[in-house]
Design a protein around this ligand. Sequence first.
Ligand code: AVI
Length: 340
Amino acid sequence: MSNPVQKNKEYKKFIVDSRLQYFKPHATRIEKTFAEEISSSLGRNLKSIPPKFFYDKKGSDLFEKICSVLEYYPTRTEISILQKLKTELSLFLDGDFRLVELGSGSSTKTRLLLDFLTASQKTTEYFPIDISEILAESSEELLNDYKNLSITGIIDTYEGGLEFLKTYDDKKNLIIFLGSSFGNFSPVDGYKFLEKIFSTMKPGDLFLIGLDLVKDTSILESAYNDSKGITAKFNLNVLSRINDELDADFNLENFSHYAVYNEKDQRIEMYLKSLTEQSVIISKSDLELKLQKDELIHTEYSHKYRLSQIHDLLDDVGFELKHTWLDDKKYFSLTLVSKN
Ligand code: AVI
């Protein structure tokens, strides 16, 4: 990355060339450290590890693999909807839009939208918001492939990036949040997050959200218990990460992956199950963790929705519904809303 050349409020601006720039917050923000978050989430009676910690380099690679296992239908289904949606999107775009993506996303999905936007606009700006600096690698390929594209990356949390966008300029934004990542929030946090997106948007901006739908329990449970065991590796990898980064002594052989669908709460619940009574030291969190045999450490919720719930939720926040696209099997949805 090049040298910082300009400051914008509490962000530093890094100009790489005329088509690529990044903003990164100064390190002065007070955020809880990994060690502190693990100390409080594993120090409770009902033990948990926040799912955002899945995504170190190995975890992100494993997630990429999950996306192409046979049982995990969401990614390929969402791609199939995006393929048919992109031409219909023009009905809802009046004028030029910047593409703002929460998460730097799978390039296949981003590219489907960029294909359409760069073909129909003279120039297109892509604004990925992502805490990981992986942005740098994918940007180069995108700039090579789309000559009328420029990229402004925000290396920050989604909330931080949205706050940044709010006062950035007057251009119209098409904000996308794909992959049913929204389903990993708790309902309360999810609602707050939608309010945050809504408050960021100017009248005329659009928001496209991809959400997984309620379906047969067997299909859902297979998607999170794939036969190749990739999801299990992904789940267990968070313990390796804690071992490496927080100086802990989890023995991965003493844990198993457990994922089950809770019909009442409409969510896959993912846990790590302790296979024996054991104690684990997490040095940097200053914690001695005591686990009973069969005790569960919660690692993720993945909520599933009914169409009416999606529409009610978006409506409650204040969005105006434009359109929902589905695949033939009605497994997955993409909903476009606006702020008027
Ligand atoms: C990132 N997120 C939407 C995935 C999901 O389906 O909830 C994470 C995942 N966990 C296990 N498999 C995939």
